[in-house]
Design a binder for this molecule. Sequence first.
Ligand code: HEM
Length: 516
Amino acid sequence: MALQVIALTAIAAVYLVVRYFNRTDIPKIDGLPEIPGVPIFGNLLQLGSSHAKVAQGWVKQYGPVFQVRMGNRRIVFANTFESVKHIWITNQSALISRPTLHTFHKIVSSSQGYTIGTSPWDESCKQRRKAAATALNRPAVQSYMPIIDLESNVSIKELLEDSKYGQIDVDPIPYFQRYALNTSLSLNYGIRIDGDKDDELLREICDVERAVSNFRSTSNNWQDYIPLLRLWPSRNNEAAEYRVRRDVYLTKLLDMLKSQVANGTDKPCITGNVLKDPEAKLNEAEIKSICLTMVSAGLDTVPGNLIMLIALLSSPSYAHIQRTAYTAIRTAYPSTSAWHACLAEEKIPYISALVKETLRYWTVIPICLPRVSVKPIVYNTTTIPAGTTFYMNAYAADYDATHFKDPETFLPERYLDVGEGGTPHYGYGAGSRMCAGSHLANRELYVAFVRLISAFEFVSPAEERDMPVLDCLQANAIPTSLTMEPRKFKVGIRVRDRDVLERWMGESEEATKGLL
Ligand code: HEM
């Protein structure tokens, strides 16, 4: 009898423990397909290291929108162009918040606060987003073109010199990390890193931000979903180490700006304006959040797109894209130089289409940034309650064959003759919390594409092992990272006309010398 009681108690205890760890923040949503999973882990094991691909594969059986369990979180995944449009755009006022996740919010961000893109919606987030959106709107971005002139020129010049004018293959990644980072630093602090691509501060910021992006990932941090795993100290310690390293450069940059403001030697910049504005509604913590956003947002994303286009142009099977782009540039500017004109205007439709197709083809944030609903959302006949976490499978939506003809083919032409209306892709997300830096990013990409294609013909590297991987997901060196980090590769560059290029670079140097 005693044995039976012990056995029954043990079974009851196991049952209660499993039930306790199996509960989800939001109960099962009736009427929405649910992917069968296992206790405690839910669907985490099935999702593995490629959430975007696995979720895309489930569409056939479960439909475009389904619920998954990731540990104790219930998440609604949307995986097609139309379903994302309905939930993110039609219901944008309901889908305006962001979830908080243990590793990023409680450990990595405990000192500098959250970026705008990781902040739940409240009055402070609204003010910060408004400040960033104003500083990044179309007219403001146009006023930053001298910075883009300087940074693209510096990077192209160093790329050219390091390749010994095209004699040796080069890895383009660090040059364009500096392009994106220096642009953001100049806008935000009026400060740029003037060392070469191996500069210590540049490398430190790139390395730390890359690691932080991994801690932000929705697919890399099981401890965010399974609270028991938080007892394991090593992951927490690693995240805390990066927080300390991040604090060093963020504090240094802000202190430099503050002392320049005090001495009257500061350059016009976003944070300088806030610091000097007696009416500014932002407190110290909010200023830090904007700084953090500006340092990380462009660095995480712009280089991935830019570098992958270079990879594609260098591949023999895409030589026609390079030819068409070069011809389009020459046709638009037969006698004047596109090198300078691209700063003032965007009048080469093929290059604008190339930018869009690059953003679609390499959706550099494949699962976008997570959202939380603040009001119920109706999808078909199902009401999804407020407080639910939503993941946009932007990769699957951007490769949705019911919306894009031949989605696996890189085809800039798909964006010619379609006008400006509608969302061209979900590379920038969508709706109320869509990327606030999209105008800036578009201009950074457009100028870089025009200048690189005008200056060089890209060719395959001499060594087979240096060849790039082009597939959107396989090209990612860390598949579980939040943002794409291209695998290392090299390219060969052939200078189209050295004299002309040197003249352009000299003219840009002259025009931007006041910014150094
Ligand atoms: C190619 C470059 C870029 C890509 C692909 C990109 C992509 C994204 C995506 C997917 C989101 C989430 C949107 C959503 O939830 O719907 C986002 C948010 C954001 N991005 Fe970008 N981004 C890029 C460049 C930039 C730049 C250069 C800046 C500013 C310097 C920036 C600032 C922001 C901000 C502030 C948010 C947060 C918006 C919010 O939560 O309200 N981004 N970005």
